[in-house]
Design a binder for this molecule. Structure first.
Ligand code: FAD
Length: 316
């Protein structure tokens, strides 16, 4: 049961969600080949061996520096064939999810997204999926011999199980059809830490009263090396950029720590954060619904609490 893992990178570094995908594939039990596309640091690729990749392929063609879905799917289809792999594992991300669907269609595979656990293999290959924005689980049998598994963030524990792997260059032949869509330009989102990747998120709601008060929230985020997020009305009103909007209709996050400040905890907001490991809520209303979802809660005025919290963290 050879397994191919598609690993994503940003600015030369492998994403944590992709290391989780390698760890998951290792736990599945087959020989694991990881493949990276575009510019990635060699040391980062070699390190994948520590997490369970026996072999690392690198398709470094500069045309692959941008995540063009058709081209990525073509390379993965070919790599699956070359490696004799029946299973493709990747992270469910804005790139991984559409790539997974396209590869599954090309190779006639059973596809499961948002997978949160290893499969049960007695009596069929059955995976556990997170559904309804994390409110329920479904167990789905992948019946085809070829399988594509999209992993939800934090679904696999990263453990060191081996030593550095050798990186093999992987030559690709790409056609114009692979670039039927083309990214003409891209812009980096604001903030030092990207929201979907962040381990800690500090998020503000309407309780922050206005954009002029965001400085204290940003200072707290900087102190924690966290990304900043916000509720939908906050981005709708233009207090914060739209890409910071967290929730059912915005970004779904699954950090280790989500700090919600002046956010009531409407169901549509919770839908985007309920996979967070720990949730801390700061709200002046003790009846705010968010407290029901919180691991820790602070009842009080955000404008008094945030500066004190930042100072305490800096002093620690
Ligand atoms: P409010 O509900 O106004 O809450 C503000 C909170 O701040 C209150 O709890 C208040 O007690 C607290 N507060 C006030 N002053 C202070 C202070 N000084 N210190 C501390 N706390 C204070 N919302 C999302 O966020 N994401 C989504 O993706 C999303 N999708 C939606 C999709 C649909 C189809 C619909 C209908 C709605 C959606 N919403 C979404 C909107 C959602 O229903 C809520 O209206 C929204 O989340 C409320 O934002 P809020 O908590 O910032 O504001």
């Amino acid at each position: 049961m050879a397994i191919l893992v598609f690993v994503e990178s940003a600015e030369g570094k492998i994403k944590k969600t992709s290391i989780e995908a390698v760890a998951y594939a290792h736990a599945l039990g087959g020989p694991v080949t990881a493949i990276a596309l575009g510019a990635v640091d060699k040391a980062e690729l070699e390190a994948l061996g520590k997490y369970g990749a026996q072999k690392v392929l690198h398709a470094a063609d500069e045309k692959l520096n941008q995540g063009v879905i058709q081209a990525y799917a073509s390379v993965l289809e070919k790599a699956l064939q070359d490696e004799g792999a029946d299973i493709l594992v990747l992270a469910n991300s804005s790139l991984g999810t559409p790539v997974a669907a396209r590869v599954a269609t090309k190779i006639g595979a059973s596809l499961a997204s948002n997978v949160v656990d290893l499969p049960q293999t007695s009596g069929g290959f059955v995976v556990k999926r997170s559904i309804y924005t994390g409110k329920a689980f479904a167990w789905v049998e992948l019946k085809n011999q070829k399988k594509v598994i999209g992993l939800r963030k934090n679904a696999a524990e990263i453990k060191e199980v081996g030593s550095a792997a050798q990186v093999t260059p992987y030559a690709v032949t790409l056609s114009d059809a692979d670039f039927a869509t083309h990214i003409t330009s891209s812009e980096k989102a604001t903030g030092e830490v990207l929201l979907p990747e962040a381990n800690i998120v500090v998020s503000g709601g309407r309780g922050m009263k206005g954009p002029e008060h965001w400085g204290i929230l940003e200072e707290l985020a900087k102190t924690l090396h966290a990304a900043t997020g916000c509720s939908k009305p906050v981005s709708d009103m233009g207090w914060r950029p739209h890409h910071e909007h967290v929730g059912q209709t915005g970004v779904k996050v699954a950090p280790q720590l989500y700090i919600a400040i002046g956010i009531s905890g409407a169901i549509q907001h919770l839908a985007g954060v309920n996979s967070s490991k720990y949730i801390v809520v700061i709200n002046k209303d003790p009846e705010a619904p968010f407290f029901k979802a919180a691991d820790y809660g602070i009842v009080g005025d955000a404008f008094e609490i945030i500066p004190k919290l930042t100072e305490a963290i800096k002093a620690a």
